[in-house]
Every structure is written in C-alpha cells, then in structure tokens.
Design a binder for this molecule. Sequence first.
Ligand SMILES: [Zn+2]
Length: 308
Amino acid sequence: MRVYKENINIGQTPMGNELSILKYTIDSGNPGKTIYIQSGTHGGEVTQWILHELFSYLQNNLKRGKLILVPNANPVSWLQRNYFSTNGKFDMYMGKDWNRNFPGDEQGSLGERIASVLFEQARHADFVLDLHTSRWSLPFAIYFNKEMKKYTEVFGLEYNQFIDTTIKTSYKNTVNVSLFAVGVPSLCIECGGHDAYEPENIELVKNGILRILKFFGLIDNAPIATAAEQQIFYDKTITYTASKGGLIRLAKKLGEYVQKGDVLYYYYDNNDLGNIQNIIAKHNGVVFKISPTHIYWTGDEVVQLIEQ
Ligand SMILES: [Zn+2]
C-alpha cells in the first residue's frame, strides 16, 4: 500500500498566503475500484475523527483499488471563526451554502472554484461519500435519488432520509446531485452533531464506510460490524419552531421516542419571569435533530422528529 499526498492550490488570501486542499490517495497497488471521500466542506463540521480511524485501519486492510480522501475539502470555511464557533455553513462573502456551488466553475467565485477542484477529483471515482454533521443529530444518510437507496442499505445506518430534488430544488447544486448528473453514485452522510466528539457515532459511520469499501471490493475478509438491524427510510420530518423569542430547554433527548401529548420542550419567557411553559408534542416520532442552542428568536427551528 502506498500513500500519496498532494496539495491542490485553490487561490490566495488577500495577504498572499496560499490556499490549498490536501488530497490523500491511498493505493493498494492492485487493480480495483476507486472510492472518493470528502469531509469538511462546511467549516466546523468535525468528521475527521472518522478519517483518522479509517486511515489507520487501511494500513493493513486495503487489498484492492484506491481510496481518495480529502479531509478538509474547504479550507476557507474553516477560517470563518468567531470566538469558539467555526461558522462555516455559509460563505460569508456570497451568503451562500458552501455545498451549493457544484459542479463548480474554475473561473467563478472562490466557492465555485473550490467546488470545481473537488468535483474534478470526485467525478472519476466509482463511488463518492460526502461527510457532514447536522446541528445536534443522530447520524443519518441522505440520498437524493431513488437509485441511491441501495447504497444506504449497504452503508447500514438506522436513519436514512430521501430528499426529492424535483420538489426541493435548492439541493440541485450539492456535490451529490451534481455527481448523479454525470453518472457517479454517491451518498451524503450526516455523521452526528457539530463540533462534537461522539465515539458511538464515529464507530457507526466508520463501520458504514467499511461496509461500502467491502461492497466495492477494496477490503475483504476483515470482520466488520453488521448494519443496523432495522433501517428507517423517511422523506418527511416534522419541524417545531419557536412561536416566540426566549430561552428553550428540551424535555427529550436525541433518539428518544415522543408520543403525542408528551412535553417536548420548556419555553422560558424573558418578559415574564417565572413563566415557564410546557410545549406539547403534536406527533408521535423520534427526536433526530436538535438546534445547537438555547437562545431562540421567533420562528427559529427547535427540534425535528421523524414521524412514526
Ligand atoms: Zn455540512
């Protein structure tokens, strides 16, 4: 096995510092499929724990083909730091989600140039994984086309969200949808919460990646944890939003089952001290995504359930 590291230039800062993306090619030396994995398109989405573990695992276990790893797909988004928060979801120059620039444009904005460099790496692979995190959430796979569902079954997470891009057209310029347009299969994996170290989630996602590598023949024989016993596929989630500004504290935990009539969260009214209201669930479902804050403006998303 050989490891090649390459820095791909994407431009310069105003001070003239080079901006580059580090790409690893882990080559088994034997013919086989090429899998491409990127993470860190959005600054602050800490998924690289998984790639550290994966990299160590592959030292002895990569048998065929190649794995291309881009751990920090967007160095610019990671520079958007404010005190201890890395606010890398949106390009602060363009106001745009960094994952809406694909397939990119090498003469375009910095975001489009970054996308163009990444897309050029990804489009030659046999399969692509794009790793993200989502607020405070359980790990889940996202697939944008029914044909990709079979890969979520291989990946084997419990929760699997289908986003129909003919309805939700805003996903059109994500890396996954752009890859599908050129015939490259892929999944988006939300690996858990933002800026978090969650050992169970790291293990779940790492094992999902290994099942994909096994499926494509890159590793063999090595024992890998089995997929989730029960997989849940959903295309609709229920979002609760704050009806007034204030402080909110959740009554339920991630992964907890909620029944209609249960207290879902507590609302603290700062114009009326001592007034703490119980907000009641109107649906049966599982808590799968929570906003990573207690501070709410009117209309902010508080919690999402998968209806059951
Ligand atoms: Zn993301």
